[in-house]
Design a protein around this ligand. Structure first.
Ligand code: ADP
Ligand code: ASP
Ligand code: MG
Length: 402
């Protein structure tokens, strides 16, 4: 059997944990399996490197940031190989160049285009455990790129798909995927099985337990994922295709604080204005999420929308530069907002879900700024200071606890 095992930063945060991971991998190896290990940087290394860069140059180029951040994963894979070798097990660490994990050119947010398998298969053939850096790729300029925060999960799935692995296991610091972040919602419950679509929504809406692209890719290549703890032996959560799975009204709740609201005030109320505004932002790679347009008055209207907090500055700059052309009278924004979402494949056919969510928020006296829905989710924008309370209220309102 070929097994891909991915371990997150907290699972390799120190010497004891590195040896703990080494032993778990060796168990599978000694049972006769081929083992490919994907690692994140140790503990909070990535955050620390970002903070360090900020002290040198707060407007550092993304290329250099990627060059810096990817050192974190290189530290953990080399130490892991050393740990395994000290336990008399042959192991080799490889980075994205050595494996040849080709990505798009966009620094800080690259996507895999093609992953070569030759080197890994060659090392596996000589009965080595192969340890690969997560989170990184190589672009057409032969520069190193990163896949976005949390991207090591995507490295694992990409390798599992390319190698036709029999298992892809994502080890983290919680026992699996929960009905809400167990660090925020004390009544959160572990989910045994979840569909790709539901997991994709949760991951995209802020449940950082899996990188959303990893779920997208797992669905595309039909890679079944198991999310479980590196610190105990409990069974974890299986992420797979929907077949035969019960459609729950609500599967989980997710929150995302990395959100800001922008309002453009007094734009001309005529065809083409919304197109021009969002086209301008799109051309600058700014993703817009929830959009709300006011009823027109005296030939003008207001449009509010959300962007990721990291994009706020760029979005405002961009709108200001084009203010006249876009007929914008004024621009306002608010960073102190957060998104709260409920996800469930069963809500498609059930009209009461939105009302129930709003009731739970009302009972906790939390004001809703904006609302957006899809077939399997409802998202509201609430004040950031209320987000933990809101998450608990909505979670318990849907009786998701045990
Ligand atoms: P790793 O370093 O292993 O990749 P992450 O910090 O990226 O770990 O993801 C694990 C964290 O995700 C957990 O510690 C938990 O706080 C958070 N999390 C958010 N939503 C959920 C959820 N629905 N289920 C489980 N964990 C969640
Ligand atoms: N080390 C990277 C991060 O902190 C990638 C990962 O952990 O998946 O985002
Ligand atoms: Mg992660």
């Amino acid at each position: 059997m070929l097994i891909v095992k991915k371990f997150g930063g907290s699972s390799v945060a120190n010497k004891e944990r590195i040896f703990n991971v080494a032993r778990r991998c060796i168990e599978d190896y000694k049972a006769g399996n081929d083992v490919v290990v994907v690692l994140s940087a140790m503990g909070d290394t990535t955050d620390e490197l970002l903070a360090l860069a900020d002290t040198i140059n707060p407007r550092a180029k993304k290329r250099e940031i990627d060059m810096l951040l990817t050192t974190g994963e290189q530290v953990s894979v080399s130490l892991m190989a050393m740990a395994m070798q000290s336990l008399d097990v042959p192991a080799v660490s490889l980075n994205a160049f050595q494996v040849r994990m080709h990505s798009t050119s966009r620094y800080g947010n690259a996507r895999f285009k093609r992953v070569e398998t030759e080197r890994i298969l060659h090392e596996l053939d000589s009965r080595k455990i192969v340890i690969v850096t997560g989170f990184q790729g190589v672009n057409k300029y032969e520069d190193i790129t990163t896949l976005g925060r949390g991207g090591s999960d995507t490295t694992a799935v990409a390798l599992a798909a390319a190698l036709h692995a029999d298992r892809c296991e994502i080890y983290t610091d919680v026992d699996g995927v929960y009905t809400a972040d167990p660090r925020v919602v004390k009544n959160a419950r572990k989910i045994d099985m979840i569909t790709y679509d539901e997991m994709l929504e949760l991951a995209s809406l802020g449940a950082r337990v899996l990188h959303n692209r990893s779920v997208e890719m797992a669905k595309k290549y039909n890679v079944e994922l198991v999310v479980r703890s590196s610190l105990n032996r409990s069974e974890g959560t299986v992420v797979k295709e929907a077949k035969g799975m019960e459609k729950l009204l609500v599967t989980g709740v997710a929150a995302d604080k990395n959100t800001a609201r922008i309002s453009v005030i007094g734009v001309e109320d005529k065809p083409g204005i919304a197109f021009r505004i969002f086209d301008t932002l799109a051309k600058n790679n700014i993703n817009v999420d929830i959009i709300l347009q006011s009823v027109g008055r005296e030939g003008t209207k207001d449009i509010s929308f959300t962007v990721a907090s990291d994009d706020l500055e760029a979005a405002i700059r961009n709108l200001r530069e084009n203010q006249e052309r876009l007929t914008i009278q004024d621009i306002t924004w608010n960073e102190d907002v957060a998104k709260l979402s409920v996800v469930g494949a069963g809500m498609m056919s059930n009209p009461g879900v939105a009302a129930k969510m709003f009731e739970a928020l009302y009972n906790s006296r939390i004001n809703i700024n904006m609302i957006s829905t899809s077939e399997i989710r409802i998202t509201v924008l609430v004040p950031e200071k209320d987000i933990d309370k809101a998450m608990n209220a909505v979670h318990d309102g849907f009786a998701l606890a045990d």
